[in-house]
Design a protein around this ligand. Structure first.
Ligand code: FAD
Length: 108
């Protein structure tokens, strides 16, 4: 439905923008707050099938949130988004362009 798409676009904007503004090297407290946020988010995101799939992907070995710093988090978020893109039959995003898209900005 349209609202799942609208919600998705808005949410990815929030998530990628949070990564873009995350410290280049995050202190331990910030890292644990971000981990907590992602975990809470994945339990409360109001598209339940989306949230369930996101959580099951995230708990697999190697897919845990990478919260050490901006580049790590941004690339992890890009990867997580690409997993959804593939699931929905959308084109994968080139993660080397992640910062240009979400930090320096381009029109979409
Ligand atoms: P979006 O996928 O919303 O992307 C918005 C913009 O982000 C794009 O235009 C592009 O500029 C940029 N972008 C694209 N890919 C990346 C990337 N990998 N990294 C960085 N930037 C990128 N919808 C469902 O129907 N089923 C689901 O199971 C589902 N699960 C979701 C799980 C989560 C956690 C979230 C946040 C959303 C989910 N959605 C799901 C919504 C879906 O991902 C899209 O947001 C929605 O389909 C609208 O897609 P869109 O083509 O407009 O662009």
């Amino acid at each position: 439905p349209a609202d799942v798409e609208q919600l998705g676009r808005s949410t990815w904007t929030l998530l990628h923008t949070m990564a873009a503004q995350y410290p280049p090297k995050a202190p331990p407290t910030t890292q644990s707050v971000m981990k907590q946020f992602i975990s809470t988010f994945s339990q409360l995101y109001p598209c339940w099938v989306c949230a369930d799939d996101f959580r099951s992907w995230m708990v697999q070995p190697g897919n845990e949130p990478k919260v050490g710093g901006r580049d790590e988090l941004g690339n992890w978020m890009c990867l997580a988004h690409n997993v959804v893109n593939v699931k929905l039959g959308k084109k994968e995003f080139d993660c080397s362009l992640w910062k240009q898209r979400w930090k320096d900005g381009w029109d979409d």
